[in-house]
Structures are given as structure tokens and as C-alpha cells.
Design a protein around this ligand. Structure first.
Ligand code: XIL
Length: 392
């Protein structure tokens, strides 16, 4: 009997240890502050990568489809819609209680050529309307928020001269938002772009949102992608961006967060998917693992970012990572193919990195350890604030 009780007690302890170990999760750490999401690939949401699916379920309460809802996937030929992958994506999100995002309706990239061929304003508007009504309409009430227009701005804040703008005119953005709102009046609608920390581009997005608001267009949030690196942007620019966008009365989604740790190929800070540079071993220095000093810099950088997000309560609605583990990050192949990058919180095997532990420790502290400083990057060898072992 005694041994039975002992075994039972052991089992109870083991269960509570397991429960405690499984308790700390990103989504719980920031509960009540903002959603924490990840962009998912097909293997993750269709069940073929079960371990990463488990990681997603545990840590995230929002999902974005990395590719399957882009035009080239969902309507590869005129009027021929391929919804099998996106249906699985939405099912996965619903089964796991996620806040499901749709990405993206109108973009110059990953859009088939036929969309723009033989099109004048009215034909292209008709194609856009049909696409948006069909896709948004299919997931009405299920996909809760849409990146309606992606990357419409140049770095200087002017409108990008994309085929959308050339053929339809500047009001293609308004039209896209109108069609999306008609298709699902309950869905949140976002404008999404990169490098909004760059003041000139930020001025452009501020002007764009004001213009949409003045025209009575329904817009819920601006997505700032934050495909950033260890040096750029300075944290002050992140704060400034959140302050200025918040003043417009829209929410802000950190919509595609990752931190590139590899050498930059060019000086520009854009996340233009069209960029493509030749492979060179000098650009791929960490094929045998990330040195501790860089690992610590990454952790410090993530802590500073999350501290900044927490300085804007009620403005930052969601923080979504562009990928789950370093193995599936697009930064292994952009802007140079075949590199080994380390931009996320989970390593290639799905284990939490020092950056994960630092972010989790940060959120336990009542006040942010970071007042604004001008120094966004620590020196190699410094101990990052917020680092340490996870103690649930
Ligand atoms: C990227 C995907 O991660 C890649 O798999 C794909 O090959 C290219 O697009 N900004 C965006 C995202 O809005 O859709 C991009 O995603 C990354 C940059």
C-alpha cells in the first residue's frame, strides 16, 4: 500500500512538473497585452510536421499563412481557386483557438502575370473585386483580420509604381479595402509594409492612413513587418513608429518579426522580396552554429524590442514572428539563397534559444528594464538584461 502511495505521489509530482514545464509559453506571457503569432508553412498546419505543430499550439494564439493565401497560390489561373491548403490552414487555426489572419490580398509580388495582362482600370478592378470577394467571402467570420494591401509604399514614402497603381490609379488601395469590407464587414482590415521605422516611409504611411480615414474607409490597423537586423532600426525608431501610428487611432500589428543576424549585402534596410544576391561564403559565416556573442546580441535585441512593444499598451495588438523555428525561416534564402540564419526564438530543432528565455524573463518583470536608450545593440560579451534560465 505504502509503495502504491509513493508511486501515486511520484506520478502526481511528475504530472505537475510536466504541467509546470508546459506552462510558460509566449502566448501566456503576454496575455492581456497582445496576441503572439507565427507565420505557418503547409507542413506545420497540415500535420506533416507534428513537432512544429505542437510548438505552435503551445506558444502562439494567432497564425498567419506564410504563403498559401497569396494570389499565386489561391487563384493561379483566372477564376480557378485553389482553396485546399488555405482550408487546412483555417481548420488548424480554429481547432486550436487561434486568432486567424489572412495574408495578403493585394500585392505586387507573388501575383500571377495574368492578373495584369490586357487589363485597363475597369478590368483590373473587376479582377481585384472578384478575387477579394471570393477569398474573403469564403472565410467570412473565420479569418478575423486581413492584410488587405501589402507594401504599397516606396522608401521615400511615395506610392510604389506597382502594376496596381499604374493600371488602376492611386485609389486602388481604397478599392481593395472597400471590397474586403463588403466581403466581411466584421473582419479587421490592415495595411502592411516594411521599414516603417524609416521616418520618410513612416510619413508616407501616416499620410495614407489619414487619407483612408478621411475617405471613410474602414481600416483597423497598420502592420509593421519588422524584418529587421541586429543594428537597424534603433529602438527609438521603433518607439516613434508605435507612437505616431497609435496617434492615428489605429492599432499596430508587428506582423512579420524576425532579426537577421547575417552580414548585410547592401545598405538598404528594405525587405523587398525581389532582392537577390549571389552566394558568397563571406556572407554565410555561421554554418557551424551561432557564436555565443551573437546569440547574446540577438537575445538583447529581442528584449529591447519586446520592452518597446510593452511601452505602447493598447496600441500593439499583435506580435507575429515570420516563422516558428530557424529551420523554416525565409531568411535562410533571402536575399541570398542557401545561407544559415538564426532569426527566431526557436532553434532548428525547436528548442528555445537564449532569446526566448530572455523575452520570457522580461515579461515577468513588473516594469520594463529598458528605459529608452540610444544604444540598441549591446557589445559582445555583455550580459543581456532579462537573460537566465526559465523558472516557471
Ligand atoms: C515570403 C515567404 O516567407 C517566402 O516563403 C516566399 O518565398 C516569399 O515571401 N514580406 C511579406 C511576406 O509580406 O509575404 C514575405 O514572405 C516576406 C516579406
Amino acid at each position: 500500500m505504502k509503495s502504491f502511495i509513493r508511486i501515486f505521489a511520484c506520478l502526481l509530482t511528475a504530472t505537475s512538473v510536466a504541467a509546470a514545464q508546459s506552462e510558460p509559453a509566449l502566448k501566456n506571457a503576454f496575455k492581456g497585452k497582445f496576441l503572439v503569432g507565427a507565420a505557418l508553412n503547409e507542413a506545420q498546419f497540415s500535420g506533416t510536421n507534428a513537432s512544429e505543430a505542437a510548438l505552435v499550439k503551445k506558444n502562439f494564439n494567432s497564425t498567419t499563412p506564410e504563403n498559401v493565401l497569396k494570389w499565386e497560390y489561391v487563384e493561379p489561373q483566372p477564376g480557378q481557386f485553389n482553396f485546399a491548403p488555405s482550408d487546412r490552414y483555417v481548420d488548424f487555426g480554429e481547432t486550436n483557438g487561434m486568432f486567424i489572419i489572412g495574408h495578403t490580398l493585394v500585392w505586387h509580388s507573388q501575383t500571377p502575370d495574368w492578373v495584369f495582362q490586357n487589363a485597363d482600370r475597369s478590368i483590373l478592378l473587376e479582377r481585384m473585386s472578384n478575387h477579394i470577394h471570393t477569398v474573403v467571402g469564403r472565410y467570412r467570420g473565420r479569418i478575423k483580420g486581413w492584410d488587405v494591401v501589402n507594401e504599397a509604399l516606396n522608401e521615400d514614402g511615395t506610392l510604389r509604381n506597382s502594376p496596381w497603381r499604374k493600371i488602376i490609379g492611386d485609389d486602388y488601395i481604397e478599392k481593395a479595402f472597400q471590397f474586403a469590407h463588403e466581403a466581411d464587414p466584421q473582419a479587421e482590415l490592415y495595411y502592411n509594409d516594411y521599414s516603417l521605422e524609416n521616418p520618410a516611409k513612416r510619413a508616407g504611411v501616416v499620410a495614407l492612413v489619414k487619407k483612408l480615414q478621411a475617405a471613410g474607409i474602414f481600416i483597423t490597423a497598420v502592420g509593421t513587418q519588422e524584418h529587421i537586423n541586429l543594428k537597424w532600426p534603433a529602438i527609438q525608431l521603433v518607439d516613434d513608429t508605435l507612437t505616431e501610428l497609435g496617434q492615428l487611432g489605429v492599432k499596430v500589428n508587428i506582423s512579420e518579426l524576425d532579426i537577421d543576424v547575417l552580414p548585410r549585402v547592401s545598405n538598404d534596410t528594405s525587405a523587398d522580396v525581389g532582392k537577390n544576391f549571389a552566394a558568397d561564403p563571406a556572407l554565410n559565416p555561421y554554418t557551424n552554429g551561432l557564436p555565443d556573442s551573437v546569440q547574446q546580441m540577438l537575445a538583447q535585441r529581442y528584449v529591447e524590442l519586446f520592452a518597446a512593444y510593452q511601452r505602447h499598451p493598447g496600441v500593439v495588438a499583435r506580435v507575429t514572428f515570420w516563422g516558428v523555428t530557424d529551420a523554416d525561416s525565409w531568411l535562410n534564402n533571402w536575399p541570398v539563397a542557401g545561407r544559415m540564419n538564426y532569426p527566431l526564438l526557436f532553434d532548428r530543432r525547436g528548442n528555445p534559444k537564449p532569446a526566448y528565455l530572455s523575452v520570457m524573463n522580461l515579461c515577468k518583470q513588473k516594469t520594463s528594464p529598458f528605459k529608452y536608450t540610444n544604444h540598441s545593440v549591446q557589445k559582445p560579451g555583455d550580459t543581456p538584461v532579462g537573460s537566465g534560465t526559465l523558472n516557471p
